[in-house]
Design a protein around this ligand. Structure first.
Ligand code: TYD
Ligand code: MG
Length: 453
């Protein structure tokens, strides 16, 4: 008899009976993968017999809180993103592109979380390779056990025998459950692997970190397939070409999701960056046109970033527009507002926008800095290296207020900037730091007149 198969989206895990070019759930193209159907669970009486005693629900107020115990990973930026350390018994998924530094981060954590008994399961490296890496990172711990294995049943047996307090699975896509017919890295395998580890973690009370590779072409199931199951989802991002790495929480059952951890990849592993604004602003060009400093709030921290723009006369019929670090549609909107309300003729110009350091500015408070950088490049007049701008730009060219203005201004002043353009109508709420001159503006025209003349 022909074996029945079913199709899974390797992006989001959605199931369909037939192959489709586009996933009906998440809309991704060419991500549907075929996998054999597992035999159905027994029904009715047979199932009852198999399950054993009936489960009993409890009243909410009879449950004890079993306090949410946290422990430190030893890496302050990592702790920050986890919401103040890792929660015991929780399952954390660490996603990111291959080579971004997931294994490095977790291995460094193993070296620093000294009071834990740790099992590091690697399906990608041999024990020798791992030893070499650990040596380079200066990781040496009595209580760190390494297992180079991909068979899930064997891994679970080892966990049972060892009773560690911390388990690292690097990566979920290399593990396989022998009872499933599909290949390692397929949606059913990745789900089964995560489920088994989660079940064990809840029973035994250890904390689990799962590594999940994010891949663009959908050849293996991505971490999004697991997002709804685990307690905490972290994404490790950054450009391979720069040493800057950002750790973000996409989901956190025990803390806020907008905290950002900033790292630098160095010779001997990752180093937390305590003062990211300083690093992001280092190496700014001298008094050049087309650059302005924006201030965004990431979690609880203000962060300064440099927005650069290059506007040149276009050699083509259709002007080229490109945006990196600022949403493309937002950038197009700002260009249109500048043209219509700021009186800048940009129609026949190519425009390129770039945010330094691989950072993404998704907060509208960065609008004004982007607008000023574009105008500065278009007019070829430098804004000056001591200028920052905060404010949202509306469609009529008005400059709208932003949250946490005083926190932003303090950070701007701390990094030695001297002037800041702000929305005029929040002037009264502002406690201006010493040595900072405020430039309140009502709309784009006023802003351009104030800093570009
Ligand atoms: P790795 O942690 O293996 O990435 P992942 O597990 O996410 O696939 O990181 C590999 C990259 O990091 C590799 O390109 C080399 C670089 N690296 C350093 O620059 N310094 C170091 O000390 C280490 C261990 C890695
Ligand atoms: Mg790795």
């Amino acid at each position: 008899m022909k074996q029945k198969t079913i199709f899974f989206c390797s992006e989001c895990g959605a199931e369909t009976a037939k192959w489709q070019g586009k996933c009906p759930a998440c809309g991704a193209w060419n991500t549907m993968e075929e996998a054999p159907v597992q035999p159905a669970a027994p029904k009715g009486a047979a199932r009852k017999a198999a399950v054993g005693p009936r489960p009993v629900p409890k009243r909410l107020n009879e449950l004890d809180e079993g306090e949410e115990l946290r422990f430190s990973t030893g890496i302050s930026e990592f702790d920050r993103v986890l919401g103040g350390g890792a929660v015991r018994g929780s399952v954390v998924l660490v996603g990111g592109a291959p080579g971004i530094g997931k294994s490095t981060l977790l291995l460094q954590m193993c070296g620093l979380a000294q009071q834990e008994k740790i099992l590091y399961v690697t399906g990608e490296e041999s024990c020798r390779q791992l030893k070499m890496r650990a040596k380079r990172l200066g990781v040496a711990s009595e209580q760190l056990f390494i297992l180079s294995e991909t068979n899930l049943t064997d891994i679970c047996t080892v966990i049972d025998d060892l009773s560690p307090t911390l388990v690292i699975i690097d990566s979920v896509q290399t593990m396989y459950a022998p009872e499933l017919a599909s290949a390692a890295g397929s949606v059913p395998q990745v789900k089964e692997c995560a489920m088994s580890v989660m079940r064990l973690a809840k029973v035994q009370g250890f904390t689990a970190f799962l590594v999940g590779h994010v891949n663009k072409d959908g050849a293996i199931a991505g971490p999004r397939v697991l997002e709804h199951m685990v307690d905490c989802v972290l994404y490790f991002e950054g450009e391979r070409t720069t040493s800057f790495r950002l750790l973000r929480a996409a989901k956190n059952r025990f803390g806020s999701t907008n905290e950002l951890g900033v790292f630098e990849m160095a010779e001997r592993g990752l180093r937390g960056v305590e003062n990211p604004s300083e690093m992001l602003l280092s190496g700014r060009p001298g008094n050049a046109p087309g650059t302005c400093v924006a201030c965004i709030i990431e979690g609880t921290r203000p962060l300064l970033a440099e927005v650069q723009a290059l506007v040149t006369p276009s050699g083509f019929n259709v002007a080229r527009r490109n945006s990196n670090g600022l949403d493309y549609n937002r950038a197009m909107l700002l260009l249109a507002v500048l043209e219509k309300r700021g009186g800048l003729a940009l129609g026949g110009c190519d425009a390129y926008i770039n945010v330094i350091g691989g950072l993404t500015l998704d907060e509208p408070a960065a609008d004004l800095a982007a607008v000023l950088a574009i105008a500065s490049s278009a007019r070829d007049i430098p804004l000056g290296n001591d200028l920052a701008a905060v404010g949202e730009v509306g469609l009529t060219g008005e400059i709208r207020s932003v949250t946490a203005i005083n926190q932003r201004l303090t950070e701007i002043a701390r990094l030695g900037l001297r002037r800041c353009v702000i929305p005029a109508h929040i002037r009264s709420e502002v406690a201006c730091p010493d040595k900072l001159t405020l430039i309140p503006v009502k709309n784009i025209r006023e802003a351009l007149a104030a800093v570009l003349s």
